[in-house]
Structures are given as C-alpha cells and as structure tokens.
Ligand binder design. Sequence first.
Ligand SMILES: Cc1ncc(COP(=O)(O)O)c(C=O)c1O
Length: 414
Amino acid sequence: MNSTLINAPTSNHVNRFKKGIGAYLLDEEGNKFIDFKNGFGSVILGYNDSTVNSKIKSLIDNNEYSLQSLTRYHDELKSALLSDFPYYDGVCLYNSGTSAVRAAVTAARKFSNKSIVLSAGYHGWDPMWELPETPFMPNNNGVVDYFFILEELQKLIKKYYDQIACLVISPDLSYFTNEYFVETLKIASTNNIMVIFDEVKTGYRYKPGSCIKYNGVYPDIVVLSKGLANGAKLSALVGQSHVLREISDMTITSFFDVLSVVSGVETIKKVHSNDVYESIRKMGGAFIEGTRKIICKYKLPVKIIGNGNLFQFVFASKEMSSEFYKLAKENGLHMYEEDNQCLSYAFDDGALELSLQRINCTLAKLSDKEEYLQMSIDDWQMCRTAYGQIDGVMNDLPVEKKYDFVSKVLFNEN
Ligand SMILES: Cc1ncc(COP(=O)(O)O)c(C=O)c1O
C-alpha cells in the first residue's frame, strides 16, 4: 500500500529537493533551480543562511536547544519585534500564520465583546474563513468578506454597526497603494472598529516590520510570520498588551521551541544590519525590467505586477499561464504558480544573469505558440490573476466591475 504525507503543500511541477544553497535549490537528480518561491516567501535571507545556521549549530553544541522553558532568546525576540513596532507593548508567539490570525480575531472578539468580523484577503486554512453561499453575507462563523471593496466595507459598517468586533485585512502593495490602507484605517478609526493587519506575508518582506507607512493611524494588532525566521515555523502578534491579554491562555505546546525563536532573532538582526530589502528590491527590479524587455521582444501578452520585493506574472489566459510555469520548471526556474514570486537576499548578480537567460528560453518557447501572440489580457483575466495573489478584488477597476467580478466570477451568479 502506498502511504501519503497527506497535507504536504504540492507544487505541480517540482516535487522534491535535496539541498538549498542561497538562491538555489538542487533536486535529487542534481538539477539546479533558481528559486522565486522561497518557501511561499518565508525564506527572506536565502537557503541555509550562514548566520542563522551557525547560531542554530551553537545551540545544539551548547545544550541550549531542548529546554522547554523561557530563555533569553524569547526576550530578545520580543524586544526585537517591539523595537520594529514601537507603538505596541505586547507580543504573542505561535507557529503558523493561520493560528496567529485566529488568535488575533479571538482577542478582538473578547475585548470588544462583539462577534462580526469584516475581512479582506487570505488568512489561512481555518474553516472560519470559508466563503458563504451569498456574497457579502456572514458565513457560519460570523465573518463577512468585503473583498477589498471599500464601498462595500462602508455599507457593512452601517449594516452591522454595533456588532463589529474587528476588521481583518491582508495588505497587498502590488494591487493597492499605501494610501488605500491608510484610508481603510481611518474608516475603521472613525467608526471605532478594531483593526487587525494580517501581515503574515508582507511583514518583514518590504522593510523591517510592517509594509505600511501608517501616517498616524495604526492597526490594533499586526500578525507576522513569513519574513520573521527565514523559513522556520514562527508567527507573532504585536499589539497593545491590554488587548492581547484576552488571549494569554491561548498558547501552544511548541511555544518554547528555541530553534524557531533563535531563527527569528538572527533573521531580524540580519535584516537590520544589512541592506536586505534594498538588495531584494534592486535585484528583483532588475529581473522584472530584463524580463519585460524579453516579453516585448517576443510580443507576448504577459505583464508583471508589483516590485522587486514581491511580484506576480499575468498571462492572457489560464492555459498560457500553466504552459509558462511548466516551461519555467523545464528551464530551471522554481516559481510559485499563479501566485506571487518572492526573491531572497541571496539572489545576486550571478543568479540574475542566469535567471534572465532561463526566462528568455522559457518565453521564447512560449512564443512558439502562435495562438498566444494573438491574445490580450482583458479585465477579467487581470482580476482572476490578482485574485490568485490577494484573495480579493484589485482596486484599479470601476466599482460596478468589482461587484460584477465578485458576483459573476467568484459566486457564479447570473
Ligand atoms: C496573509 C496570510 N495570512 C495567513 C496565512 C496563513 O499562514 P500559514 O500558512 O502559516 O498558516 C498566509 C499564508 O500564506 C498569508 O499569506
């Protein structure tokens, strides 16, 4: 009988790797891939970063690894997080984005003594986020998704004004501006609604701490994970301690795991003492620019949205997109299909040169299909692709089209 590791995340095109070195992954056959996926964006420094690795080795050598108690590393992590979020005084630790967001919502519900949660974006696998049968209605867990449509958010605030526990938003800077999120914070603040920024993906991806410049209005809780620990299992809430105390007993068996905590401490130290984000933005930007030139050369209907820190490919059709990712794999590029690409600090000039050669081969082959050259990217295809990254509706559309996308495309209504 074949046994299966049931909930392992799958990639359609690459199944197993043997080694990770900097910007590269090696498979069992020795093929070398340049990684644009980096553990769904969690490997910010690069695979087997020497600074993080040597600290982990020293933990084991010094009998500090398996302690099951608070250590100085927990204090260091707490202090590092609070120095990047100086307007907060409380930290909670978890081991996944899903559990941290769930805990944040529980804190807001308990603190406000209200139950309705208004939400936009992906917040993990928990069934509490399941979509209802009808758009803009509460699901079985009292969560209403407004898909980033601010006009709908305003309507929902009027409709549920005395029942709203919090607003949970996953900021995205590819399809929204900073001002969009500041405006959302202002709407919430005017209506006395608590805000949770789910920055599991975007925290520590663009700069140390939040990806948003707040302009004086702050979320009540920020959820962090992917950028924190170079791929180790670590997530955190930062917020006001009088709010977070509501969930002081919601803790986890692996709370004391020093490995993830130390990975977090070392990663945060390193992003502060090096030009991590500038370098990723610059190298990613050079990749995007070079790729755009190749796209023009082959006259392909392909766009790239976002910047060097995080970006997404947009193709004229689903079929063309699948073909691209298949060819990319054949050409040694490991990519996050249909979602965002995230480079690491280890992506250097050599990786840039090689990846441009490989993307050239990939796009040349894609352009062999005459039918693709006749296509163009329409609004629906743009929206569908954006949805793959943001789990909501992109902002750059007339409001009627936003509603049409939700009802006709997401909910199949006619
Ligand atoms: C914004 C956001 N929130 C929550 C999650 C869930 O995190 P995890 O997969 O660690 O449970 C993710 C994961 O991709 C995410 O991007």
